[in-house]
Write a protein that binds this ligand. Structure first.
Ligand SMILES: [Zn+2]
Length: 130
Protein backbone atom coordinates (compact mmCIF):
# COMPACT_ATOMS: atom_id res chain seq x y z
CA UNK A 1 0.00 0.00 0.00
CA UNK A 2 1.18 3.49 -0.77
CA UNK A 3 -0.22 6.90 -0.04
CA UNK A 4 1.32 8.45 -3.11
CA UNK A 5 -1.19 10.38 -5.14
CA UNK A 6 -1.49 9.49 -8.75
CA UNK A 7 -1.19 12.76 -10.71
CA UNK A 8 -3.74 11.42 -13.20
CA UNK A 9 -6.41 11.75 -10.50
CA UNK A 10 -6.90 15.39 -11.34
CA UNK A 11 -10.67 15.18 -11.46
CA UNK A 12 -11.91 13.14 -8.52
CA UNK A 13 -14.90 11.02 -9.37
CA UNK A 14 -14.11 10.73 -13.04
CA UNK A 15 -13.53 7.01 -13.43
CA UNK A 16 -11.32 7.46 -16.44
CA UNK A 17 -8.68 9.26 -14.37
CA UNK A 18 -8.01 6.30 -12.10
CA UNK A 19 -5.03 4.12 -12.77
CA UNK A 20 -3.40 3.29 -16.06
CA UNK A 21 -5.67 3.48 -19.06
CA UNK A 22 -6.16 0.25 -20.98
CA UNK A 23 -6.25 0.77 -24.72
CA UNK A 24 -9.21 -0.46 -26.68
CA UNK A 25 -9.69 -0.97 -30.40
CA UNK A 26 -6.27 -0.03 -31.67
CA UNK A 27 -6.41 -2.75 -34.25
CA UNK A 28 -4.78 -3.20 -37.58
CA UNK A 29 -7.22 -4.33 -40.21
CA UNK A 30 -6.17 -5.88 -43.45
CA UNK A 31 -9.47 -6.56 -45.12
CA UNK A 32 -11.92 -4.36 -46.96
CA UNK A 33 -14.77 -3.19 -44.79
CA UNK A 34 -17.99 -5.12 -44.62
CA UNK A 35 -20.63 -4.17 -47.15
CA UNK A 36 -23.29 -3.67 -44.50
CA UNK A 37 -22.43 -2.19 -41.10
CA UNK A 38 -23.20 -4.37 -38.07
CA UNK A 39 -25.44 -2.19 -35.89
CA UNK A 40 -26.13 -4.48 -32.96
CA UNK A 41 -26.04 -3.82 -29.22
CA UNK A 42 -22.24 -3.96 -29.21
CA UNK A 43 -21.89 -1.22 -31.83
CA UNK A 44 -24.65 0.79 -30.13
CA UNK A 45 -23.00 0.48 -26.71
CA UNK A 46 -19.78 1.86 -28.16
CA UNK A 47 -21.65 4.74 -29.82
CA UNK A 48 -23.23 5.72 -26.49
CA UNK A 49 -19.92 5.37 -24.62
CA UNK A 50 -18.00 7.25 -27.30
CA UNK A 51 -20.41 10.19 -27.13
CA UNK A 52 -19.56 10.45 -23.42
CA UNK A 53 -15.82 10.22 -24.03
CA UNK A 54 -13.40 13.04 -23.43
CA UNK A 55 -10.51 13.89 -25.69
CA UNK A 56 -7.14 13.28 -24.08
CA UNK A 57 -6.01 16.70 -25.26
CA UNK A 58 -2.97 15.06 -26.80
CA UNK A 59 -2.79 15.72 -30.52
CA UNK A 60 -0.55 13.68 -32.73
CA UNK A 61 1.06 14.76 -35.92
CA UNK A 62 -0.69 12.02 -37.82
CA UNK A 63 -3.78 9.93 -37.62
CA UNK A 64 -4.65 6.28 -37.64
CA UNK A 65 -5.76 4.91 -40.98
CA UNK A 66 -7.87 1.84 -41.56
CA UNK A 67 -7.20 -0.65 -44.36
CA UNK A 68 -10.40 0.51 -46.07
CA UNK A 69 -9.28 4.14 -46.23
CA UNK A 70 -11.21 5.52 -43.25
CA UNK A 71 -9.05 7.56 -40.93
CA UNK A 72 -9.24 8.69 -37.34
CA UNK A 73 -8.86 12.13 -35.86
CA UNK A 74 -5.41 12.93 -34.50
CA UNK A 75 -6.34 12.57 -30.86
CA UNK A 76 -7.33 9.79 -28.48
CA UNK A 77 -10.49 9.60 -26.39
CA UNK A 78 -11.09 8.37 -22.85
CA UNK A 79 -14.32 6.41 -22.54
CA UNK A 80 -16.37 6.52 -19.31
CA UNK A 81 -15.06 2.99 -18.63
CA UNK A 82 -11.52 4.37 -18.48
CA UNK A 83 -10.44 2.77 -21.73
CA UNK A 84 -8.54 4.91 -24.20
CA UNK A 85 -9.67 4.56 -27.76
CA UNK A 86 -9.53 6.32 -31.11
CA UNK A 87 -12.22 7.77 -33.32
CA UNK A 88 -12.32 4.61 -35.44
CA UNK A 89 -13.66 2.52 -32.54
CA UNK A 90 -17.23 2.56 -33.85
CA UNK A 91 -16.03 2.03 -37.41
CA UNK A 92 -14.07 -1.08 -36.44
CA UNK A 93 -17.01 -2.60 -34.56
CA UNK A 94 -19.54 -1.85 -37.29
CA UNK A 95 -17.48 -2.47 -40.42
CA UNK A 96 -14.65 -4.80 -39.45
CA UNK A 97 -16.35 -6.90 -36.77
CA UNK A 98 -14.65 -10.08 -38.00
CA UNK A 99 -11.26 -8.52 -37.33
CA UNK A 100 -11.94 -7.26 -33.80
CA UNK A 101 -10.44 -9.62 -31.20
CA UNK A 102 -13.08 -11.45 -29.15
CA UNK A 103 -11.75 -10.14 -25.82
CA UNK A 104 -12.23 -6.57 -27.03
CA UNK A 105 -15.80 -7.32 -28.09
CA UNK A 106 -16.40 -8.70 -24.59
CA UNK A 107 -15.15 -5.48 -23.02
CA UNK A 108 -17.58 -3.43 -25.11
CA UNK A 109 -20.37 -5.90 -24.43
CA UNK A 110 -19.94 -5.21 -20.70
CA UNK A 111 -20.36 -1.43 -21.19
CA UNK A 112 -23.32 0.02 -19.34
CA UNK A 113 -23.47 3.58 -20.66
CA UNK A 114 -26.60 3.27 -22.73
CA UNK A 115 -27.05 2.52 -26.42
CA UNK A 116 -27.29 4.85 -29.40
CA UNK A 117 -27.60 4.62 -33.16
CA UNK A 118 -24.42 5.60 -34.98
CA UNK A 119 -24.61 8.40 -37.52
CA UNK A 120 -22.78 8.40 -40.86
CA UNK A 121 -19.87 10.38 -39.47
CA UNK A 122 -19.41 7.93 -36.60
CA UNK A 123 -19.53 4.96 -38.95
CA UNK A 124 -16.95 6.72 -41.14
CA UNK A 125 -18.19 5.04 -44.30
CA UNK A 126 -17.69 8.06 -46.54
CA UNK A 127 -15.21 7.65 -49.34
CA UNK A 128 -11.96 9.12 -48.11
CA UNK A 129 -9.83 10.93 -50.64
CA UNK A 130 -6.18 11.80 -50.27
ZN1 LIG B 1 -12.17 0.44 -42.22
Amino acid sequence: MTNERDPRQARPGFEADRGPRPRLLYIETDAARDENPVIDDITQKMVAAFRQAEGTGIHYRGFHMCSCGAHSTNTDYVLPSGHVTNSLAIHYLALHREEVPAEQIEIVEAFDYGIAEPNAEELNTGMQKF
